[in-house]
Design a protein around this ligand. Structure first.
Ligand code: ADP
Ligand code: 5GP
Length: 215
């Protein structure tokens, strides 16, 4: 008999570009076998070293719009001039199998998920400072000056949306940030609304039996 519900949890992770979302999530996937990262579709061009089907499904704008029209996305949004969307398929299958599904998505998409699926866990990742974030983005060396400008513009709105999330993790050290994300996932598995009714019933039955024995 299952004592707690085994269904996986939907986890949304957001944060300003360059704060370390992908780096922290990679560490979570490595250290927590009960997690799976949803691979998004995007109309942005691949960065050097990005692999189609692993980092993103890279689509043309036309292909992306076709998928929108077909209703293929759980959510989608436009960010810094490109489309990004979460494919609907596979997610339910993973949740059903007890796997926590992680979506690394920006805030507009996160807010859409919040409207649709309010038992989702929302985690916001922040850098220790915006100067440090700029340093990290410079170090990643993937953005043009124009793209960087757009990402810092978005950062204003992003950090002012943090109060819509359930948790904040400051990414000072990757390992520590990863530990905190894993701790959140474990705590959420222990919520009282995950107790199986049948387990509570069996505890009650045992109480009756024990009372009869003691009487
Ligand atoms: P995001 O997915 O939020 O855009 P990335 O995971 O790509 O950010 O991280 C941006 C850059 O910062 C990468 O070069 C990454 O190696 C680096 N980075 C991530 N986390 C840390 C950290 N805690 N300390 C130092 N550098 C980091
Ligand atoms: P990047 O271009 O840096 O890979 O991603 C830009 C932003 O888009 C990041 O905040 C990233 O989390 C977000 N993003 C990635 N995939 C999706 C998605 O499927 N939906 C939404 N709404 N945002 C996404």
């Amino acid at each position: 008999m299952n004592k707690l519900k085994t269904r996986g949890q939907l986890v949304v992770i957001s944060g300003p570009s360059g704060c370390g979302k992908d780096t922290v999530v990679k560490e979570v996937l490595k250290t927590n076998k009960d997690t799976w990262l949803s691979v998004s579709c995007t109309s942005r061009a691949p960065r050097p070293k990005e692999v189609d089907g692993k980092d993103y499904y890279f689509l043309t704008k036309e292909e992306f719009i076709e998928k929108i029209d077909k209703g293929n996305f759980l959510e989608f949004a436009e960010y810094a001039g490109n489309y990004y969307g979460t494919p609907k398929d596979v997610i339910e299958e993973k949740l059903e199998a007890g796997i926590d599904v992680i979506l690394v998505i920006e805030i507009q998409g996160a807010l859409k998920i919040k409207e649709k699926l309010d038992d989702t866990i929302f985690i916001f990742i922040l850098p220790p400072s915006m100067r440090e974030l700029k340093k990290r983005l410079d170090g990643r060396n993937t953005e043009t000056k124009e793209a960087m400008f757009k990402r810092f513009q978005s950062a204003y709105q992003e950090i002012n949306t943090v109060n819509k999330y359930n948790y904040v993790v400051i990414n000072d050290e990757v390992e520590e940030a990863c530990k905190k994300v894993n701790a959140i996932l474990i705590s959420e598995r222990s919520r009282v609304d995950r107790i199986e009714e049948t387990f509570l019933n069996s505890l009650e039955e045992e109480i009756h039996e024990i009372l009869v024995e003691l009487n």
